[in-house]
Design a protein. Sequence first.
Length: 248
Amino acid sequence: MIDKNFYFENLSAFDILIDSDRKEAEKAIFKVYCILQRDKIWLNEVALPDEFSEEEAELLMDVEEKLSTLDMEYGFRFDDFYKLVQQEMRDQNIISDTDSEEDSDDGVFYDLEDDFFEEESDNHLNHLTDEELDIVTDFILNSAKTRFDYPQFITSFPSLDEDFIDVNILMPIIVGEAVGDDPELTAAKMLSHFILAGFSVDRTGLVEMVKTMAKELGREVLAFKIASDSLQQGAHPEDVVQQISQIL
């Protein structure tokens, strides 16, 4: 079932805010963009003919056309965000891996929903369990939390639990910096998780947070690079922890 009121309310909010508060306007329009992708998949791949109306199908077409116009006018770079949204939908089991192109990262294997280590045919981590890989990521995360006022930091996200913050904020920053992602890209990956979790966040502020925390977590970034390389060469997680403990 498509929530027509959602689109009307958020598009109206965008129209009202864009001239006075671009940051808030962006929150509304990117939320619309994410939900539109989800609804398009549902309409085209999941819903039966009697589960939606012609009016709802036309609504999605109209919203997509409006977003295209706004993208050209305001430079929201929806195309750059598209693959990230598709990946998020795969993670949420809304679409399958065959429905869109796979993204790949050379050198470091990771996935935001699987402890950042992506299973590939040539991946040397297949012999390790998730629990074993957790030994490394948990060690790096625990170290990261000592670099700043973590208790105060989590109060900035009152509706999100610590696990979400660790997995969708701290680790993406560490991994993004480790693989050389631009802060804009790292923030975009994080933003998709925030939106689907129903949490409103300012994209510009998110980018600045990524830049700041990437500097604060420099040692953890280096540790992740070393750990990733060592694990791929066959080292056991416990040995890797002992190795990176020397720099953390």
